[in-house]
Structures are given as structure tokens and as C-alpha cells.
Design a binder for this molecule. Structure first.
Ligand SMILES: C[S@@+](CC[C@H](N)C(=O)[O-])C[C@H]1O[C@@H](n2cnc3c(N)ncnc32)[C@H](O)[C@@H]1O
Length: 255
């Protein structure tokens, strides 16, 4: 299918030069390896080989969620795709679920939920900082996902307005202080997923999880390999540590 004006594309030059752009008439995009007139790419197809002004080859690729993720603005520490994928998988959320999250931060988890779960899902995200939610709103608008998310500028520790919630995700410094409101809002068997960057925080969370079963604390490690002939081995730079995922299911007592 030929590309139209406004379509997002990845311009892949080499593993260190991967750019996410929108095709716009009369707009030049520059890299340290040469420039390209974006208007001249309209009408080509995803997968096409192109030449930068210097004659260096590049490729037009259709953006995947990982490419979209790289193009978003960040004001906070953000969740990484490896953790987001596991959070979605292990929480049991699906299209139509009601989900509550705090804090919004730059919106990376929020937007991933909106992207994968569609517009039948109710995604409510709380944050105490307006500047954070402004960035997340900008990112949501960039991806065309704004209508799938409800932003609340509120402290989740002071109350969750939603009830019968399928899953609650907490990525904030003191999740243990939100547990009272979480317990009230989450439906029985609903998933609580907490993300914290330090082991000290895991230790503080544990005593607050007495109303949960199937509790786990996990870390996901991803190791990329360099693809050099005769030197295939783990790369020596990359994201070494993101954080820990603590998850559990709400239980109810039957007397
Ligand atoms: C690390 S960021 C979240 C990043 C987000 N998960 C992402 O992927 O972009 C933590 C956020 O929690 C917010 N926060 C801290 N305490 C909060 C609270 N009590 N209620 C709501 N948000 C809170 C902070 O303002 C900050 O934006």
C-alpha cells in the first residue's frame, strides 16, 4: 500500500540510527549520515530501500509498538516494554476490563494498555503532578489514543473513585500507602501489580499484601547480543536494571 502524507514511518539507517517521523510535504529530515526530503517518500511502500543525500542506504519500516515507544516524550522514569508485556500478560486484563493506574508519569504503561486493549477498555490513570499528565496527554495525542484514557489529577492514596476494578497498577514511590484504597476498589480475584525499582521497596510492600494470594516478586532481564560476525556475544551497553514486579490477587474471606 502506498504511503500517504501524515503516515508514520521508521527510517532505519543502521542499529544506532532509527528515526520515527511522519511524512510531510516539503519537510527535510536530517541525520548525521545525510538528509532526505520526507515529501518524496509519499507514495513509496513500507519496506522500501531509500538513499540519503550522501548516497547511504536506509529503509522505510512500519512502526511497531517498540518504535512508537522510542518516539515518546519522557519526564519521569518509564516502564520498559519487557516489563509492560509481562504486566499485561500476568494481570489478566483484556478488552472491556476496568483498569486503574498510578502514577501516570510519562504515560508509557497507560498508552501501552490503551494501544493493546482497544477502546472498550476503561483505563483510569491518577497522578499528583500536572506536568507529568501534560506530557502523557501529549504522548497520547501523538499516538491518537487520547479518547481511550481518563486522566485524574489526584493522589491515589486518598481514594479511588472507581469500583469493581479488574486490575490496579501502581508505579509510585510508596505503593504500601495506597493499599487501603486499592483493597476497596479492586474486585475479588482482581490483580494488583506494583512496580518498584529497589529491593528496599519490595520489603516495605510485603506486609501490606495480607489481603492478597498468589503473590510474587519478579524481575525480568533482557540481554541483547551484538550481531557481529565472529564476535556474537552479549552487548556491553544497555539497560541493566529497570525494577521489580510484585503481583497478587485479591482474596475474600468466606465465613
Ligand atoms: C515513575 S513515574 C510512573 C511512570 C509510568 N508508569 C510510565 O510508564 O510512564 C511515577 C509517577 O507517580 C506519581 N505519583 C507519586 N505519588 C503518587 C500518588 N500518591 N498518587 C498518584 N500519583 C503519584 C509521580 O508524580 C510520577 O509521575
Amino acid at each position: 500500500m502506498p504511503l500517504n502524507e501524515g503516515d508514520p514511518v521508521v527510517i532505519w539507517v543502521d542499529p544506532k540510527r532509527i528515526y520515527l517521523v511522519k511524512l510531510i510535504q516539503n519537510k527535510v529530515f536530517s541525520t548525521d549520515k545525510g538528509y532526505i526530503d520526507l515529501g518524496k517518500l509519499i507514495g513509496l511502500e513500507y519496506g522500501s530501500e531509500i538513499l540519503l543525500s550522501t548516497g547511504i542506504k536506509a529503509y522505510l519500516l512500519k512502526p511497531t509498538p517498540i518504535d512508537l515507544y522510542r518516539g515518546l516524550k519522557r519526564l519521569s522514569q518509564v516502564l520498559y516494554p519487557k516489563d509492560i508485556g509481562y504486566i499485561i500478560y500476568s494481570s489478566g486484563v483484556q478488552p472491556g476490563s476496568t483498569i486503574v493506574e498510578a502514577g501516570t508519569g510519562s504515560g508509557f504503561l497507560t498508552l501501552s494498555l490503551a494501544y493493546f486493549l482497544g477502546n472498550s477498555t476503561k483505563i483510569v490513570t491518577y497522578d499528583v503532578r500536572e506536568d507529568m499528565q501534560d506530557i502523557a496527554k501529549r504522548n497520547a495525542s501523538y499516538l491518537g489514543l487520547s479518547d481511550r484514557i481518563i486522566f485524574k489529577l489526584k493522589d491515589i492514596r486518598e481514594g479511588i473513585e472507581e469500583v469493581n476494578v479488574d486490575a490496579i497498577f501502581l508505579d509510585m514511590p510508596d505503593p504500601w500507602n495506597a493499599m487501603e484504597t486499592v483493597r476497596k476498589a479492586l474486585k475479588p480475584s482482581g490483580s494488583l501489580i506494583i512496580f518498584v525499582p529497589t529491593v528496599n521497596q519490595i520489603e516495605k510492600v510485603i506486609p501490606s499484601l495480607s489481603d492478597f494470594v498468589d503473590v510474587h516478586a519478579e524481575e525480568l532481564i533482557i540481554r541483547e547480543y551484538q550481531m557481529k560476525e565472529n564476535a556474537v556475544r552479549p552487548r556491553n551497553i544497555g539497560v541493566i536494571h529497570t525494577g521489580y514486579i510484585i503481583r497478587g490477587r485479591k482474596r475474600i474471606k468466606v465465613s
